[in-house]
Design a protein around this ligand. Structure first.
Ligand code: PEP
Ligand code: MG
Length: 588
């Protein structure tokens, strides 16, 4: 392995030193010889993966919409193939006789069977080769998920092409020191995942997977945004010292986390946590979060093998509401789609799911799914200080429809004598350019706004969230973004409602200074960012930020705006800037 420094984008701060473990992309084949003593474990992993693949298909078959019945037949045929004795038996024989790992044995068997079918005269049978290939790929993906079961839990830096929310569920978190991926940007789910796991992470390291192998030693510098491959002793010593320094600074921000976030001139800003599971309550409160400004509810749907029941959702929401009380929890309704696809959405095969039936659009189409969630939310409302928030709103009529549904659900619960809260505040996420344009009428219809800057910036700039080819356009200081933020905040305040920012922009010191200057009421970010955000707010002056926002709003050049913000921050933060910049660099 040759020494090299590879650059990327830091998305979660810190420094990690350790040996590499690769997360193979879904469907990829691992070609590894095994020892005779490992055969039984490999066969067990293969059986387990085939069973998991079958379960996944069963779930998918249950979610196929009625108008796609043919799709359902194909899925059921694939389910049978997952248990096919010829496929599994032959692969197991290869494991025992040729000492191939499960992945390799399966791939050889799939190839052999495909060749057999390809040679047949009957066109119907010839085409079955495609089905075998598809099932083989699916089992391969599940096999990768059995890694943890095979005991690979040594301390390691995980490297991958990309980590999707589905990959995240099969990750072996034990022993993970840091994360590096080839794809992804500052708001990708790898970024969000690494921040919530509190692991240093660098994304967009393009040549990574070709340059390093399992077991190679690397340094992840998620302060500067680079990866040192095969470092020498001096570098290891130098980065071990930097790691200590960084941890000391982080410790001091955590120590002061319970203090309020009040600027030097006395402006109080509420700082909340973005959460996605009840397990995070203690971490959020410990980080000084004043509630949850965004509770992402979709993970219960992605994690489960079928749609969660009302009772399951109710228990989750009640648990979170109780643990966070008296602080507020803003529950965002199901934001499925795009990079958080449910299987029933995958079956639709939308050409561009980012612009498709996602979030509230999906919920309004699948009323039964939405009803179940709303019932659970209204019932849980009795156990704490809660609010409901709707993602991806693009018209006033959607909000009115949601209000009507909430009333209907509340009436249904009353009729059945089920205790619930019927006056839960309703807010909307501002994530689409359309919502920005109609923010004045939206503000009259709801109780609060929360700006989802991750999606808003992408939709404004017409860029995909994870597409590195256009990541250069991902600039929150672009005048279109700055003007949008200002418009939304002003519209909210004119109608007397509060406005929060729950996208990653608030963890970027440039963004945070600007938002303060525009008068945002609260921000919500990953638990791990909360202490540093509060720390920074305590070192800023709202009046100076307001003058800064004024200048940036008048600017037509993002680079010039960036210079202005940098200079102002340097004046306000002095020596501290280097530390806050660490946070800045972790957000692109
Ligand atoms: C956003 O888009 O800014 C947001 C907070 O929502 P998510 O990241 O879950 O899409
Ligand atoms: Mg969003």
């Amino acid at each position: 392995m040759a020494r090299a420094v590879l650059s990327g984008t830091s998305v979660s701060p810190g420094i990690a030193l350790g040996k590499v473990q690769k997360l193979l992309p879904s469907g990829m084949v691992e070609e590894r010889r095994i020892l005779p003593g490992e055969c039984a474990a490999e066969c067990a992993a293969l059986r387990q993966a085939a069973a998991r693949a079958r379960d996944e298909l069963k779930l998918a078959s249950e979610q196929v919409p009625a108008d796609l019945a043919e799709q359902g037949d194909i899925i059921r045929a694939h389910m049978q193939l997952c248990q096919d004795p010829k496929l599994l038996g032959t692969a197991e024989r290869r494991i025992h006789e040729q000492h191939l790992c499960a992945s390799w044995a399966l791939s050889c068997t799939v190839e052999e069977l495909c060749a057999l079918f390809h040679g047949m005269d009957d066109p119907y049978l010839r085409e079955r080769a495609q089905d075998i290939k598809a099932v083989g790929r699916r089992i391969q993906t599940c096999l990768l998920g059995c890694e943890a079961a095979r005991g690979r839990t040594m301390p390691h830096v995980l490297i991958a092409e990309d980590i999707s929310p589905a990959d995240a569920l099969r990750l072996n978190l034990r022993g993970m020191l840091g994360l590096v991926t080839m794809e992804g940007g500052p708001t990708s789910h790898t970024a969000i995942l690494s921040r919530s796991l509190h692991l240093p992470a660098v994304v967009g390291v393009t040549s990574l997977m070709d340059m390093v192998e399992d077991g190679d030693f690397i340094i992840v510098d998620a302060v500067r945004g680079c990866v040192h491959v095969a470092p020498d002793e001096d570098e290891v010593a130098q980065f071990s010292a930097r790691q200590e320094e960084y941890l000391a600074w982080e410790h001091s921000t955590r120590h002061n986390a319970p203090l309020p976030a009040e600027t030097l001139d006395g402006v109080r800003v509420t700082v909340q946590a973005n959460m996605e599971s009840p397990d995070e309550c203690a971490a959020a409160l410990g980080a000084g979060a004043e509630g949850a400004g965004l509770y992402r509810t979709e993970f219960a749907y992605l994690r489960a093998s079928r749609f969660p029941t009302e009772e399951q959702l109710f228990q989750e929401y009640r648990d979170v509401a109780r643990r966070m009380a008296p602080a507020r929890v803003v529950f965002r309704t199901l934001d499925a789609g795009a990079d958080k696809m449910l299987r029933s959405q995958e079956a639709l095969k939308e050409p561009n799911p980012n612009l498709g039936l996602r979030a509230i659009r999906f919920c309004l189409r699948h009323r039964e799914v939405f009803h179940t969630q709303l019932r659970a939310l209204l019932r849980a409302g009795l156990y704490g200080n809660t609010a409901i928030m709707i993602p991806m709103i693009s018209s006033l009529q959607e909000v009115q429809e949601v209000r009507r549904l909430i009333t209907e659900v509340s009436q249904g619960l009353s009729a059945a004598g089920i205790p619930h809260r019927d006056d839960m505040p309703l807010g909307v996420m501002i994530e689409t350019p359309a919502a920005v344009m109609v923010a004045d009428s939206l503000a009259r219809e709801c109780d609060f706004f929360s700006i989802g800057t991750n999606d808003l910036l992408c939709y404004l700039m017409a860029i995909d969230r994870n597409n590195k080819h256009v990541s250069y356009l991902h600039d929150p200081l672009h005048p279109a973004m700055v003007l949008s933020l200002k418009r939304v905040i002003d519209c909210a305040h004119r109608e007397g409602i509060g406005v929060s920012v729950c996208g990653e922009l608030s963890t970027d010191p440039h963004g945070l200074a600007l938002l303060l200057g525009m008068g945002v009421d609260s921000v919500s970010a990953a638990c791990t960012s909360v202490p540093a955000i509060k720390h920074m707010i305590r070192h800023l002056d709202a009046e100076i930020c307001s003058e800064l926002a004024h200048s940036v709003l008048a600017s037509t050049d993002a680079a010039a705006s960036s210079r202005m913000v940098r200079e102002t921050l340097a004046q306000c933060l002095g020596e501290e800037l280097v530390f806050h910049n660490t946070m800045l660099q972790t957000n692109g």
